[in-house]
Design a protein around this ligand. Structure first.
Ligand code: GDP
Length: 571
């Protein structure tokens, strides 16, 4: 067994000898004091421990730092069924806010507005529809911290209420239920609460955690309570942002104006944007020429929680894209260009990997380590919808749980596709025909959308998927091999093997094993695959590359890294 000198290990870990010796005695590691060496396996244990401790320290320091940052206002989105009062509530909030300012003040639509209360400020997203909300979440930027789900007290929970709840859940936003139209004589808030309980949301007054506030968007009664609950919930979330951090925002809306050109409404999430800054948002870039806030003021800078209209984008960015700060125009152009390339490649890949059957979809979920498949159901009548749900409820097994995200009467919509894409769900429609445009979108986005004429065909399809899953037959297919020629250690201890691909090709996403003298000594996933510092997706025979593995750092020269994939054996 190889020996490691103590002073060398101390140097490697950036510690004093004495410090290391103390650690060794704490760990109960025996070392030969006369030779000042220790066993390689003990040295590795020390490295491991030091890495762990340092990781923990960094995490604590980061948390500590976060706590010292200034608070930021909560960002709220209002969702719910059509005609339940979303617009009226937004109007009321907007007006109460304007009333506080001097009369006649000009306001500017910037996609969000602030309401200042004695208890704090709340930012309301003011973009039409909640479709934007899903697309926002898809790009990984959580815009809204809180979703207010508006439910009319005279109408109760309706299909789009359920849809709104599903969207808010998928986006990871906290929810507050506002029971609206309380001024109407036929208002029945107790019925709404029962409906909420049926869905697993138990109001606080009944010992649950669901926040329910009765309001009238028309008279304004209860709206102060709503604001108070929003601020209370925000307080619990401890929302903070760093005005000094590298600026980051999110596009709320964008449009082309005949006179003004490209108009972009942006919400700042971190840091501070300044006029003159270069920015990239998805595939669009530009330089901020001017910023206008909701009060119509020209702003030189905009910090966390501010919504502003930005002039200066060269192309139309999409709602939901993250806005990043870049140092100069070159960088901006380059990043935007790279993203265009990456998107094209991704689209091709998505097209190729598009799930064609329920089994494909399930496989994709299982690859992510999930034992469930998400469904969106559509049917011609409430009766058939309930029949389908009733039967499907009994089809879940240990291996596969069937999760119905949304079950609705009527043809599939664009919104269903967004939800399906976000939640990796399949859309199964019975007795209804999706419009051609919806079919096309499903295809483009790689969403599985199937229509059935007979209920039992639908059930059979699901059943077959569940059954077929019990004994999947896979075999291994070797893709290529690479030989380790040199070993590098990164700061932090991670090893990277300098390799030559000697056979086939090495794919970044493939599974790999390490062979030493013909014996498998490790199997797992790659942490990195690079050529000249560039991350690459594949390296072909005859080329050199750097390979890092997830959780393996014991390379020796001459090791063979074998890349393989599991292919399904057709039954
Ligand atoms: P949205 O589709 O959710 O945006 O709903 P709207 O805000 O457009 O409201 C639909 C209808 O309900 C309108 O006629 C509103 O005037 C009415 N409405 C909204 N809130 C209230 C309320 O609190 N009380 C009463 N009586 N009517 C309301």
């Amino acid at each position: 067994m190889a020996k490691v000198r103590i002073y060398q290990l101390a140097k490697e870990l950036g510690m004093e000898n004495q410090e290391l010796l103390e650690l060794l005695s704490q760990m109960g590691v025996s070392y030969k004091s006369h030779a000042s060496t220790l066993e390689e396996k003990d040295a590795e244990a020390v490295r491991e421990l030091v890495r762990e401790q340092r990781g923990l320290q960094e995490k604590l320091a980061e948390e500590e730092r976060r706590k010292s940052l200034p608070k930021r206002p909560p960002v709220v989105v209002i969702m719910g069924h059509v005609d339940h009062g979303k617009t009226t509530l937004l109007d009321y909030l907007r007006k109460s806010r304007i009333a506080e300012k001097e009369a006649g003040g000009i306001t500017q639509h910037v996609g969000a507005f602030e309401v200042k209360t004695p208890g704090g400020t709340v930012v309301f997203i003011d973009t039409p529809g909640h479709e934007a909300f899903t697309s926002i979440r898809q790009r990984g930027a959580r815009v809204a911290d809180i979703a207010v789900i508006v439910i009319a007290a005279d109408d109760g929970i309706m299909p789009q209420t359920d849809e709104a709840i599903a969207h808010a859940k998928a986006a990871g936003a906290k929810m507050i239920f506002a029971i609206n139209k309380m001024d109407l004589p036929q208002a029945d808030p107790e019925r709404v609460k029962r409906q909420l309980m049926e869905r697993g949301f138990v109001p606080e007054e009944y010992g649950g955690e669901a926040i329910v506030v009765p309001i009238s968007a028309k008279t304004g009664k209860g709206v102060d309570d709503l604001l108070e609950m929003i601020l209370l919930l925000a307080e619990l979330e401890d929302l903070r942002a760093d005005p000094e951090a590298e600026p980051r925002g999110v596009i709320l809306e964008s449009r082309l104006d005949k006179q003004a050109g490209i108009l972009v409404n942006m919400l700042v999430q971190e840091g501070t944007f300044r006029v003159g800054d270069y920015v990239v948002a998805g595939e669009a870039y530009g330089r901020i020429r001017a910023m206008t806030d909701a009060d119509g003021n020209q702003r030189k800078e905009a910090g966390p929680g501010s919504a502003v209209q930005v002039l200066g984008f060269q192309e139309l960015p999409q709602a939901g894209e993250v806005v990043e700060w870049v140092p100069d125009l070159e960088a901006a152009k380059e990043i935007a260009e790279e993203r265009k390339e990456a998107r094209r490649a991704q689209e091709e890949e998505a097209q190729a990997r598009r799930p064609r059957t329920m089994a494909d979809l399930l496989k994709a979920m299982q690859e992510e380590g999930k034992k469930e498949v998400n469904l969106i159901l559509r049917a011609d009548t409430q009766g058939s919808l309930e029949a389908i749900q009733h039967i499907l409820a009994k089809e879940s097994t240990e291996e596969v749980k069937i999760n119905v995200l949304l079950a609705q009467v009527g043809a599939p919509t664009e919104s269903d596709i967004l939800l399906a894409q976000t939640a990796h769900a399949a859309i199964l429609a019975f007795g209804v025909t999706p419009p051609g445009s919806v079919k096309k979108t499903a295809e483009q986005k790689g969403v599985l959308l199937k229509t059935f004429r007979i209920i039992y065909d639908l059930i059979d399809e699901v059943r077959a998927m569940v059954k077929g899953q019990k004994e999947p037959q896979y075999k291994e297919e070797v893709l290529g091999r690479a030989e380790v020629r040199a070993i590098f250690r990164l700061p932090g201890g991670k090893q990277v093997a300098g390799c030559m691909v000697t056979q086939g090709r090495i794919l970044r996403n493939a599974e790999v094993r390490v062979l030493r003298k013909g014996q498998e000594i490790w199997k797992g996933k790659m942490a990195s695959l690079k050529r000249f510092k560039e991350d690459v997706r594949e390296v072909a025979q005859g080329y050199e590359c750097g390979i890092g593995l997830e959780g393996f750092d014991d390379f020796q020269e001459g090791d063979i890294i074998e890349a393989f994939q599991m292919v399904e054996v057709p039954a």
